[in-house]
Design a binder for this molecule. Structure first.
Ligand SMILES: Cc1ncc(COP(=O)(O)O)c(C=O)c1O
Length: 449
């Protein structure tokens, strides 16, 4: 029995996976090495990493200097808490650097270790802010259908895909949902950006603005199907939030750190959020780190709160010096190699290539922003009937041809076809981008033959 086969047997016996289902895991891909945008499995077969790991290896694999940053910091000071009354240099330097890179209204950072924890923290920042401001009834959080915000209870409750709720309910109370600005499937002839934003306003008014703390939104929805909003959406959402004193939380766990061709994505539409959740790309996944970028407005509530309203939010690993040291080095790489600008340029090339897939009868929609693209599959273009099951076949065909991708499995309520995600590392060379498009085209043809 080969070492790889032995490992898989042990895996089957003892390892529980995210999205665990034994039949889906009979023949897992055992990756052993990565370099740039390429991965290698235990049998020596190479793959293009078409999703940058899980949308997170933005700088690409095999960056030795990130390993050196981690080992250097571990050797010097492996851990120091950042609880009030203590601090450490990598956390301070990273906070300062992120504030300078982020929206102009951002003035501080709270660190976490993952995206879900960032969102949990953002919800707590929002409630905390309103309590300090004398509005303790403002507790409700709105999110959108098709949203993905993470695995913890509140983040799951804000997630807008029922499949993530089914076996874990009941949901946390006071998390409510409104439609997503999803142009491909928006009913009627109106502007989905305007109408989806107005649907939020109606819902805020119905619930009572005095009860609503925040709305959370991914600038481009990721796991829900790479749904890019119309230009009208976020500017109007911002106005609505301002009108009703509701905080806007941008979930930039995927869209942050260059993925869409900007450091942070709401800049595409000239909008500034009150809180920003981030994770993934901040370290290019070399170590787990996340956080919340906090606007001056919310920061002031923390600074001005009386002693009996302290921010009692205490994560052991907030401001972990090793994770922060790796993030700092990762930002050096981004700046040295111009990865954010590169993502904008290569993203245009990727999207233009994918547009050519529209000739295939099962390709209903092609969309994307920067290095974050989606291809939605349908049974037929006319009725837009979602193709269910085809995405998994395409992913298998692509894997056989050396392209690693993931999909959102489609459904009918609300309707969405299986959607293929394409989001390679930001350093991926132009030739590989073109190869991704070629392999995808061949794989869709093979899957529909
Ligand atoms: C937009 C968004 N928010 C939050 C999360 C949760 O992040 P994590 O899995 O690091 O907790 C994800 C994960 O994919 C995500 O895409």
């Amino acid at each position: 029995m080969s070492a790889a086969t032995q490992l898989i047997e042990l895996d089957h016996e003892h390892l529980i996976h995210p999205l665990h289902y034994p039949k889906d895991h009979e023949h897992p891909l055992l990756l052993v090495e990565g370099q740039g945008e390429m991965l290698r499995d235990a049998d020596g077969k190479s793959y293009i990493d078409g999703l940058s790991g899980l949308w997170n290896v933005n700088a690409g694999h095999g960056r030795k200097e990130l390993g050196e940053a981690a080992s250097g910091q571990m050797a010097k000071l492996a851990f120091a808490s950042a609880y009030t009354g203590a601090t450490n240099e990598p956390a301070i330097r990273l906070a300062d650097r992120l504030v300078k890179l982020a929206y102009s209204n951002i003035s501080a950072v709270y660190f976490t270790t993952a995206g879900a924890e960032s969102n949990e923290s953002a919800f707590k920042f929002a409630r905390y802010h309103w309590k300090v401001r004398g509005k303790p009834q403002k507790v409700k959080v709105f999110s959108r259908v098709h949203a993905y915000h993470g695995v913890t209870m509140a983040a799951m409750s804000a997630t807008g895909m029922a499949i993530y709720h089914k076996m874990f309910g009941p949901l946390v109370p006071n998390f409510l949902q409104v439609p997503a600005p999803y142009p491909y499937r928006w009913p009627g002839n109106g502007d989905p950006g305007i109408e989806a934003a107005d649907a939020l306003e109606e819902a805020i008014v119905k619930e009572g603005p005095d009860t609503v703390a925040a709305v959370i939104a991914e600038p481009v929805m990721g796991a829900g199907g790479v749904i890019v909003p119309p230009e009208t959406y976020f500017p109007r959402l911002r106005q609505i939030c301002d009108r009703h004193d509701v905080l806007l939380i941008a979930d930039e766990v995927i869209t942050g750190f260059g993925r869409t061709g900007r450091w942070f994505a709401l800049g595409h539409w000239g909008v500034e959020p009150d809180l920003v959740s981030f994770a993934k790309g901040v370290t290019s996944a070399y170590l787990p780190l996340g956080g919340v970028l906090v606007s001056k407005r919310v920061h002031r509530s923390l600074e001005e709160a009386p002693a009996d309203q302290k921010f009692m939010h205490a994560a052991t690993y907030s401001g972990h010096p090793v994770c922060c040291a790796v993030a700092l080095k990762n930002l050096d790489i981004f700046e040295r190699e111009g990865l954010v600008e590169r993502a904008a340029i290569m993203g245009r090339r990727l999207l233009a290539g994918l547009e050519s897939l529209r000739q295939l009868p099962v390709v209903g929609d092609v969309r994307g922003l920067g290095m974050m693209c989606g291809v939605e599959l349908v049974e037929s273009r006319e009725g837009k009937k979602p193709a269910i099951g085809l995405g998994a076949k395409v992913a298998r065909e692509a894997l056989a041809r050396g392209l690693l991708i993931r999909i959102r499995a489609g459904g009918t309520s609300p309707a969405i076809g299986d959607t293929i995600f394409i989001a390679p590392p930001l350093m991926t060379p132009a030739e590989t981008i073109d190869r991704v498009v070629d392999i995808l085209s061949t794989s869709i043809k093979a899957a529909t033959r």
